[in-house]
Write a protein that binds this ligand. Structure first.
Ligand SMILES: [Zn+2]
Ligand SMILES: [Zn+2]
Length: 536
């Protein structure tokens, strides 16, 4: 049996693993790559998935970095079943429609820009609404703990991952030549004591474990501290009559923030005259789905709901569904809390709110989730002084808060504790869904504490899985992935700058209109250099 790592290999996004036996070929997750342009290019490389020859997908949870390329698969000929839990099925249908909408809008925006530039529009969206709609009928729902067989010789069981509504850890049993091999895919593992969600299930056995490592090198602050920090941000901007902007993923994070605001409201720490806007039609829909699946929520939430209390509601909560309502928030004077998507500030309405508020000294921006490399959110968290939004440089004068305690991911200690339940000392671990530094530190911690063998696979690496024999790489990723050739680019740039220097006199003699055009273009290039410098 062979596994191919098509994503979340030495990076967080793009989760997808293809398993091939002599008889079947199936995939776990089908995530979109998000972040740096170099990484996002992979979303277009559908050939490596060979969608027509995938028998079925098993999906751990609805987040786009685990589901976002399913419409690309249907577009390119995949028509098999997509197995997942019932809440994930509901969530992924609306998330994929939203994702397709974003793809279409962004492509048409870029095309219009090209036309205004006198060029031919040539950008195609990654996929269309119809491709996302085609996924819905393929979804087949299974309950936690209920083993099913998607193909002869394969048995799958979903266990609660405690990460977001419906999220699952997968136990996969594959029978080949009379022996059964057990693969466990952790999916994203939730943080214990997380609001709304139950704690992640413990698994006691596996031959091969594919484990997430998002926070492999750090722990989160406690929940109380995080709640206190949120109260501080609110207090900071309220006293300066400015807004608190919270970029939040529509699923889970938004609901957890609502729950936290409910707790602050109950403790008298949320001013009653500070409206809270949930400015995301998607998050509003998702919140409704959370209410529909009460039995999936933790005991505390269920008992509040039974008592008639709604921790996802507030007296001052306002929903903005339309674009006009969203724009009204920006015109509104005075303090407010604005929760909007996307969580990494790379798409959606949040960009407008940031443009209107980032430059204001009394405003605050509260990051509550993981920020992938290359996203605007990551730049802000890393202390950027300016950020480019809608082709405009916006100064960052607002106070930036990064509140790790709301994470839906287990921190290092919790990951290690979860691993402590595995009994098979010969288990081979593959770390996935993490940045390399976090993975290396987690790998060392695992080896020291438990002595398990740990491997950190690369993008497109293919590994033969043999129980009782060392794992064997059958295809090196270097052979498949073109290297980024920086030297040629730099030599090329040097030549161009020398050329400009040589013709300086000629440029001086041009008309002032033409000179100012050239100057604008060079300033644009200079801004790009500043961006390059900021990333080093
Ligand atoms: Zn997730
Ligand atoms: Zn994830």
């Amino acid at each position: 049996m062979k596994i191919i790592f098509l994503g979340a290999a030495r990076t967080v996004t793009g989760s997808c693993y293809i398993i091939e036996t002599g008889k079947i070929r199936f995939a776990v997750d089908c995530g979109m790559f998000q972040g740096a342009a170099e990484i996002e290019k992979r979303n277009w490389e559908t050939g490596v998935y060979d969608p027509v020859h995938i028998d079925f997908f098993i999906i751990t949870h609805a987040h786009i970095d685990h589901t976002g390329l399913l419409p690309r698969m249907t577009q390119k000929g995949f028509s098999g079943p997509v197995y997942t839990t019932e809440p994930t099925g509901d969530l992924l249908k609306i998330l994929l429609l939203d994702s397709a909408h974003i793809q279409e809008v962004e492509a048409s925006w870029k095309n219009k820009k090209m036309q205004r530039n006198g060029r031919q529009p040539e950008i195609l969206p990654l996929y269309y609404l119809k491709d996302a709609e085609a996924v819905g009928p393929l979804v087949k729902c299974r309950a936690y703990d209920d083993a099913f067989s998607p193909a002869p010789g394969v048995k799958v069981k979903f266990q609660d991952a405690g990460h977001i509504l419906g999220a699952a850890i997968l136990e996969v049993f594959i029978e080949e030549n009379g022996t059964t091999t057990k693969l466990v895919f952790s999916g994203d593992i939730g943080r214990r004591h997380q609001l709304l969600m139950k704690d992640p299930s413990t698994i006691s056995d596996a031959d091969f474990l594919f484990m997430e490592s998002t926070y492999g090198n750090r722990n989160h602050k406690g929940e109380e501290d995080s709640l206190q920090e949120l109260a501080e941000a609110i207090n900071f901007s309220y006293s300066r009559r400015e807004k608190v902007i919270i970029p939040a993923f529509a699923v889970e994070r938004t609901q957890e923030i609502l729950y936290s605001l409910y707790l602050l409201h109950r403790a008298g720490k949320l001013p009653q005259d500070m409206p809270v806007f949930l400015d995301s039609p998607l998050a509003i829909q998702v919140t409704e789905i959370f209410r529909r699946y009460r039995s999936y929520l933790d005991g505390e939430t269920q008992s509040l709901l039974k008592k008639g209390e709604d921790p996802l509601d507030l007296p001052q909560l306002k929903f903005s569904l339309t674009t006009a309502q969203s724009m009204e928030i920006n015109e509104m004077q005075g303090p407010a809390v604005v929760i909007s998507a996307s969580g990494m500030a790379n798409a959606g309405r949040i960009k407008h709110h940031l443009r209107h508020n980032l430059w204001r000294p009394g405003a605050s921006v509260v990051f509550v989730g993981f920020q992938a490399e290359g996203t605007p959110g990551r730049k802000m968290v890393d202390g950027a002084k300016k950020i480019r939004i809608f082709s405009e440089d916006i100064a960052i004068n607002a106070k930036i808060f990064t509140i790790g305690g709301f994470s839906a991911h287990a921190g290092q200690d919790q990951l290690l504790d979860w691993l402590g339940n595995f009994q098979n000392k010969k288990m081979q671990i593959f770390l996935v869904h993490g940045e390399l530094t976090a993975q290396e530190q987690l790998a060392t911690a695992i080896k020291n504490r438990y002595g398990f063998a740990v491997d950190i696979p690369e993008y497109l690496e293919e590994i033969q899985l043999n129980v009782d024999a060392p794992i064997e790489t059958v295809k090196k990723p270097e052979l498949l992935e073109p290297l980024v050739d920086l030297n040629t680019t730099l030599d090329d740039l040097k030549e161009k700058i020398e050329y400009l220097n040589n013709i300086r006199q000629n440029i001086q003699q041009l008309s002032s209109a033409r000179k100012s055009e050239i100057s604008e273009l060079l300033k644009e290039a200079d801004r790009n250099f500043a961006e390059v410098k900021a990333r080093l």
